[in-house]
Structures are given as C-alpha cells and as structure tokens.
Design a protein around this ligand. Structure first.
Ligand code: TRP
Ligand code: ZN
Length: 885
C-alpha cells in the first residue's frame, strides 16, 4: 500500500528553471555491469527566473555518486545532500562548472528507461525523464544545452559507438578498448540525448536536400537483419522529401541515423540525429511482415523524422505541452501516409483508431484534456488523447484556415520559435497571427476533456425550397470537469439529391453572386461555435440527403436521425469515400445492436443488398470496398451500450458475419478469386487493397461455413508468399479450431521460430482466438521458452493482446481474465512500471459493465492498489480508476 500517496505535478506550478546549462560534456566508460559516467555541466543562473535560496537541486535516480566538484574543487559530503531522487548542493555561484562522477548498472535496468541492455547492445531511452537515470541533471525540457559526448567501450563487444550529432575519429585506447567523440551543434533538452553501443551492421544511403546539402543516412541493425531495411530506408527518403515540399522543412545535420532495438517500451524515439526504434517499426520483408507492418514502419519512420522540427528544433516548455510536439507530429505523419497511399483509406484507419481508443479514454476515469493540468507520472500521459486527439485539434485548425493560411501559420511557427521550448498556446497564436482570426474559443479544445456530441436535425421546407440544419453540441462531464463550454469546430457537409448528385450549398445569408452556385457544389465547411446553431440552405428543389462530418472534420460523435434507407443510400452513393464508410459503420452498428437487444430478429434483405453493392462496386478501389464491409469491433460496439453485454455483442457479431457469408457466398467466391496475386509482393495502395479485399472475402466465406472455405484457407496458408495472406489464413484456421488450426500453428512456429517479430504474431494469434480455452492457452504459453516478461513486444503480443483485443474471453463472467491481468500487472510492475501501467488500463472502465463484473474488476484494482511498493505509474492509474468508490 502506498503510505504517502505521491503528489501530483501541476501546470499552474510551472516556474522557469533557476539555472541554465549551456554546455554538457559527458564521458561514458561503457560496460553492461558497471558503466561510469563523468559529466561536466557548464551552469549559470537563469536571468529570467526568480532567485531561490541559493541552493541547486538536480534530478538523479538509481545513480551511485562517486564524486562531485564545483569549479574543480571537490565537495565534502557536508556540502551536498543525496536522496533517492535528487542531489542538492547547498550553495553555488552564479556561473560555475559542476562536475559529477557516477556509476550505473545497465544490465540490471529492466525498466528500459535510462541506459539499458537490449540483447547484446547498450542503448538509452530518455524521454520523458530517463536522463536522470544516467547522470545528475536538470531533467526538464526547457533546459536546452549543447552536448559533447565521449563513448569508450570494449572494441570486440561494442565496435559501433553512436551518439547525437557528428562523430570524430575513433581512437584506440590499447587494452582492447576504443573511444569515439560526438558533437551535437544544436542545443537540445536532455530527453533527446541518446547513445548506442553494439555490434551492429549498417545500411547506408544519402539524401540531397532541397538546398543541395548532402545528408548521410544510416540504418543500424543486428547484422542478420541487414536484408530487412529497404522499406525503412525508402520510407525515410520519402518522408524527407515530403517534409520539404509540404512544410518547407529541411534536415539540418550531415548525418541521420536510425537504430533498431528489440527491447523497447514504445514505438520509437526521436533523439536528435539518432532515432532509436522498436525493431518492429524498422524490419520488414514481404515474407515476414504484413501490409499493416509495412504501413506502420512508413508512418513511424516519418513520425520520428518529422520530430526533428516539431519536437527537437522547437520543443516543449514542460510536459503538459506534450501534444505540442506529439499532436502536431502525428498530424504530419498522417498527412504523409495519406499522400503516399489512399487518403480516404488512411482517414478511415485513423478515425477507426480514434473512436476505438481515444473516445473510450475520454469516456473513462483517465479522461484528460489534450493539454493536461496535473499528473503523478508523466509516462501515463503518452495517450491517445495527447497523440491522436491532439492531431485532430491541429487538423481542425488546418481546416478552419485552409491550406494556404495554415502553411503561412506553420512557417511563422518555425521561424518564430526555432531553438526554443514553447507551449501549445504559442502554436495557436501563430495560427491567429498568420490568419488574422480569433481562436480564443478554439483553445477550449486543449483545455476540455470529453468527446463532444453533435445533435443535428434537418428540416426541408418544400414551399421555400430550403433545408435547415439545426446543430446542438454538448460535451459530457469528465472527472474534475463537470461543466463544459461550447467548442468552435469545422463541420464539413454535402447535400445529395435522390440520384446521388451533389447539390449547391448556398446559405440563406450568403451574398448573391452570379455563378456562385456552381462553385459551391461539393463539400462546405460550416463553422459551429454556439451551443445551438442553425444553417439554412436555399435553392433546393427537392429534399436532400445530408452527408455530415465529411472526412471526420471534427473529433465528435455525430447524432442524426437517418433512416436505414438514407444510410444504404449514402453507403452506395456518397461522393466522399470516408462518408460512404461511415454510413456503412452506422448501419452495421444499428443492425448489430438490434440483434444484441433481440437475438431472434431477422436482418432485413436490404442490408445484404447494400453489402453486396459495396462488395461488387468495382468503381471503388478494393481497399475502400474492404473497409466498407468490415463490421465495427466488439469494443467499439460495447462503447455504444449503456451496460455492456459482452456475450451478446460477440454472438451478434458472429451471427451477422455468418449471415453475410451465407447471403453473399457466390459473390464472395468470385471477388476472392479476382484478387489473386499476379506478381511478386509490393507495398503499393493497389497491392494492399487487393490483399485486404481478398482477406475480407475469405473471412466471410469461413464465417458462412461453406465446405470449400477451409480448403481455400489451407491453400492460402501454405502457398502464400506474403505474410499478409499467411496471417489472414492462420487467424481463420485457428479461430475455426480443430486439427487444421492446430496443424497450422505448429507449421507456422516451425517455419519462423528464428524470427522474433514473427513469433510475436504467433503468440498474438493464440491470445486473441475466440475459442473457449484461450485463457488456458495463454497461461500455458507464458511457460513457453520463447516467452519473457522482460521483452515488451512479447508481453504485448501475448498478455496485451489477450486483455485488449479479446473482449469476450478477457471479460469472462467468472473474472478469470481480470485475475490473470492483475497477477501479470503485479509481476511486471517491479520490472517495468511503464508496461505494467499500460496493461492495467484494461481494467479501468469497470463502471461500464454489469454489477457482477464491476465487482470482480474493482476487487482486482483494489488488490493492485494494496500492493507493497507499487510504482507511481500503476498507483496513478489504479487510484484514478477507483476514485469515488
Ligand atoms: N516521443 C516518442 C514518440 O512519440 C515516444 C516516447 C515517449 C517514447 N516516451 C518514450 C518511446 C519511451 C519509447 C520509450 O515518437
Ligand atoms: Zn512522437
């Protein structure tokens, strides 16, 4: 039990740092068991800060202090104080050289924060507050310094020694050791520091920037993975070009390096000039990576690269401003991926993710604004709200300003704040200055948690030929924020006539301009500000069907009383691909929730007709056809119910899958055959789309229970040369159960046992199977020789997959899933609190379930909270989940 509850850090308590660090010289004598770190910090009092008591407190955790000196004079123990989190010097001059010598133990570091060992290599992870586990420092992003780093290590074990910036000549130290010095000319916060030591192979390439500078590009991986770097390198070069063209951003150093490591808490990290990646987001080859993996690599490579401007050159003043860099950078990587492939399909994926994760977060006990105001552990705030909703908030500003003014605003942002640590408010100010618009009300998007609901009503007046849209907005209360104000948002709409033609969007108060109607056909962005707004469209000879929130122009829940026929019509005829998908989602959700309420209900024939039309709509790209026909997920459906009916939702979804498979059988077979692979695998929009449609067809055929479906699955499993096709078939065979599924699992393991990223897939498939004995299997797999609690990818692939992607088994009515999770959290917490805390989030939405499950979930949360020496990470999540009980 936490005796002294940890104190929250509050935004309102922000003060500029009392001291600044202009330059840092670090020397590392690297060894996994004991690494010595010598730091020279050139410090001075911050003229912009109020004077304190003359003492100086530096952050430091898990450090063993050997010596400390000021301006060359060693301090006696009476002149400083050390505790578990800091080093305090009683009196310091206004400008001085602080030197410290500490030692640390990378091999014992299982938290993967600071300097740690991954396989045979040594690497660092400093964001958010890991640098304090390397040396004593002012570990806050508004302290920006220039770094010189010397790395010394055994040459045989660690032939490659990397850090930020530019390298000097390597030096031999005799005694089998060598050293390399690195200089980073750009001032940076310490969370962007990185070092790597290991026996790594490298793929080299180069890039000529728009202004003609040559940049060396290097991807470092373990030598046996050198054949898996092509896609990452191609993605990097595309990202560099795109950022020049779209945002006018050029790379600034002579060298850009990427390193792939196998033990990593998150996706990747944007350290200056030396991005460190979870190898899952670097390594790819058609036979071992799926289309989804290829897309993930393209997006994450771009994301980290884009941080060089949005995050590194311009960084965050404090961690409450995290979305300044993350929201903007996610927006940038989403736009990049959209430009590389199909923008409608990219938007569909992003919105599906936002609704599944961010909307759920906003509706639970950890709801927080894009700019939070308090935290206990900042690592808990790398959330879908800060990242994905933050990106939507940037996108809305882009939509409100239009492309030209938005570009003007980002140009202003980059020149005005280069080299500084700033706030989300500074970002919005640039939008205002560049456009001349007032975004005071818009700033609420950063301050208010919760997903706004938009209730829209449409009335057609045949006598006037007018159509009135009435828009009412309401944001539900969230913890600590009972009252919400109305938000300023862009609502993109279109109006369709009965033939599916776009109608002109003339508002009653538009000035009358000859020929203006023709220009107004298509999508129009309405600006909503008040709690209730009205828009009256005129000049409409017939009742239009409104197409609302096109492209998901704002992250809200739209409520409009469409008839089933309207939705079928939009699903087939809307000119906006995203809107067609969204209409299909709404319709499928309706059919499914009706079935949950009344399991015997018949699905109307018109529904299958609409599905058939979408399946056979060869006018649309295969990728879009596939998206339109994917049923909403079980968790998303659960979010739409007052009290979640876990088993009812699963049964309804399985039932509808079977019915679609039966009704569309012949068409599905034809579509499946028509998508057969014709050449070698290529990660292209056409290829991915074809494979997605093929997989979708096979899935429904299996659900329909046709005799030939299992044969098709078996053939696809054994013959396919792309991991995408193999995985689709394997998943279907395993879910089907029986000897075919078991045999496929054995065969898959035999083929891929040497490739860890593929073995992750093997664990995941088993963990997410809907078979009744899945938890038993998962428990059993924890004893598999390939399983380890110390590798986050493994933990996510088995435990994480079971708890987040298998609702029907995780929420088993006897509480076995909850108990399993709580035990794993308690095991993991002392090893890796970040991973433990993320897992724990699967338990927090207990209020959504029936009384029995509520009780079971609460009991597990209580058990976790009562544990001795719980981390701050897990404490914050569990205590907030139980708040008010
Ligand atoms: N800044 C990283 C990104 O979004 C994410 C990150 C934050 C991270 N903390 C981390 C990555 C810890 C790995 C480990 O690109
Ligand atoms: Zn990021």
């Amino acid at each position: 039990m936490y005796r002294d509850a940890p104190h929250p850090i509050r935004l309102e308590d922000y003060r500029p740092p009392e001291f600044l660090i202009d330059r840092v010289d670090l020397r590392f004598d690297l060894d996994p068991d004991l690494t010595r770190v010598a730091a020279d910090l050139h410090m001075r009092r911050n003229p912009a800060a109020t004077r304190g008591d003359g003492s100086l407190t530096l952050h430091g955790e898990q450090l063993e202090l050997d010596r400390v000196s000021i301006d060359g004079y060693p301090l006696t123990p009476a002149e400083y104080r050390v505790d578990a989190e800091s080093l305090t010097l009683q009196r310091v001059p206004d400008r001085f050289l602080l030197q410290t010598w500490v030692h640390i133990h990378p091999a014992r570091n299982t938290a993967l924060e600071g300097l740690y060992q991954s396989g045979e290599m040594l690497c660092t992870q400093c964001e958010a507050e890991g640098f304090r586990r390397i040396t004593y420092f002012l570990d806050r992003p508004d302290v920006m310094a220039r770094y010189g780093v010397t790395l010394a290590a055994d040459r045989g074990r660690f032939p490659v020694l990397l850090s930020n910036g530019n390298p000097g000549e390597p030096r031999d130290l005799g005694d089998g050791r060598h050293e390399v010095h690195w200089e980073d000319p750009f001032p940076k916060p310490c969370y962007l520091f990185a070092l790597i030591a290991g026996d790594l192979g490298l793929v080299a390439d180069h890039f000529t920037t728009a202004s003609g500078r040559e940049v060396g590009l290097r991807i470092y991986v373990e030598p046996h993975n050198l054949d898996q770097c092509d896609h990452a390198m191609r993605s990097l070069k595309r990202a560099m070009r795109w950022d020049e063209e779209r945002f006018g951003r050029e790379y600034d150093l002579d060298l850009f390096m990427i390193v792939a490591v196998s033990h990593f808490n998150m996706g990747a990290m944007e350290n200056k000039g030396l991005n460190v990646f979870n190898d899952k987001y670097v390594l790819a080859r058609p036979d071992i990576a799926t289309d989804q993996d290829f897309a993930g690599i393209e997006g994450v490579i771009a994301h980290e690269y884009f941080h060089n401007w949005t995050g590194n050159r311009i960084t965050c003043r404090d961690w409450f401003q995290l979305s300044l860099k993350e929201g903007f950078t996610v927006y940038r990587d989403q736009e990049f991926s959209a430009a590389m492939g199909s923008s409608a399909v990219k938007r569909i994926h992003d919105v599906r993710g936002l609704r599944a994760h961010q909307f759920a977060e906003d509706a639970g006990p950890l709801a927080h604004p894009v700019r939070p105001t308090a935290y206990i552990e900042i690592n808990n705030f790398y959330t879908s709200t800060v990242y994905e909703k933050g990106a939507e908030v940037v996108r809305m500003q882009a939509n409100l300003l239009g492309p030209a003014l938005f570009r003007k605003a980002t140009d202003l942002y980059f020149t005005r704040y280069d080299g500084q640590a700033v706030t989300t408010d500074d970002f919005v100010t640039c939008m205002e200055v560049a456009s001349g618009r007032d975004l005071t009300q818009f700033r609420r998007w950063y301050e208010q948690a919760g997903t706004p609901e938009l209730w829209v009503q449409g009335d057609y007046d045949p006598a006037q030929g007018s159509y009135r849209l009435r828009v009412r907005q309401h944001t539900p209360a969230t913890p600590g924020q009972p009252q919400k104000g109305p938000l300023h948002l862009p609502l993109a709409v279109g109006l369709l006539d009965a033939g599916g033609q776009e109608l002109p969007l003339r508002l009653s108060d538009d000035p009358v301009v000859a020929g203006a109607d023709a220009a107004r056909v298509g999508t129009r962005v309405l600006e909503v500000r008040a709690a209730v707004e009205q828009f009256r469209f005129v000049g409409l000879p017939e009742r239009p069907v409104p197409s609302l929130l096109r492209g998901f122009s704002a992250p809200v829940k739209l409520r409009f009383d469409y008839s089933d026929q309207d939705l079928e019509f939009l699903m087939a005829r809307d000119t906006d691909g995203f809107a067609r998908w969204d209409a299909a989602q709404t319709l499928m959700q309706r059919v499914l929730l009706r079935t949950v309420a009344q399991p015997q209900i018949q699905v109307p024939g018109a529904f299958f007709a609409a599905c058939r039309l979408a399946l056979l709509d060869t006018e649309s790209a295969p990728a879009l056809r596939a998206e339109v026909l994917i049923l909403p997920g079980e968790s998303y459906l659960a979010d739409q119910m007052a009290v979640v009916d876990v088993d009812g939702i699963h049964a309804a979804r399985e039932h509808l899958r079977r019915r679609i498979g039966e009704e569309l059988g012949e068409d599905l077979r034809r579509v499946y055959a028509a998508q057969a692979e014709t050449g070698p695998y290529a990660f292209t929009p056409e290829g991915t789309g074809r494979r997605a449609l093929k997989g979708l067809a096979l899935g429904y055929l299996m659900a329909g229970g046709g005799q030939d479906a299992i044969t098709l699955c078996n053939d696809q499993f054994s013959a396919a040369h792309s991991m995408t096709d193999v995985m689709v078939a394997l998943r279907l065979l395993v879910d089907h159960g029986g000897p075919a599924g078991a045999a496929a699992l054995v065969e898959f393991y035999r083929r891929w046992s040497a490739v860890p990223l593929v073995i992750d897939k093997w664990f995941s498939i088993q963990a997410t199977s809907s078979r009744a004995d899945t938890l038993e299997q998962v428990v059993h797999l924890m004893d598999h020789p390939d399983f380890s609690l110390r590798n986050p990818n493994r933990v996510r692939s088995l435990i994480g997959a079971f708890c987040t992607a298998n609702p029907v088994r995780f929420h088993a009515a006897d509480g076995s899933g909850y108990r399993f999770l709580a035990e794993r959290v308690l095991e993991l917490d002392p090893l890796n609190p970040q991973i433990a805390s993320r897992l724990l989030k699967s338990l927090i939405r207990w209020r959504r379930f029936d009384p029995q499950r509520q009780g079971l979930m609460r009991a597990e949360l209580g058990r976790i909270l009562a544990a001795e020496a719980l981390s701050k990470d897990a404490y914050e999540v569990a205590s907030k989940a139980l708040e008010g009980t």
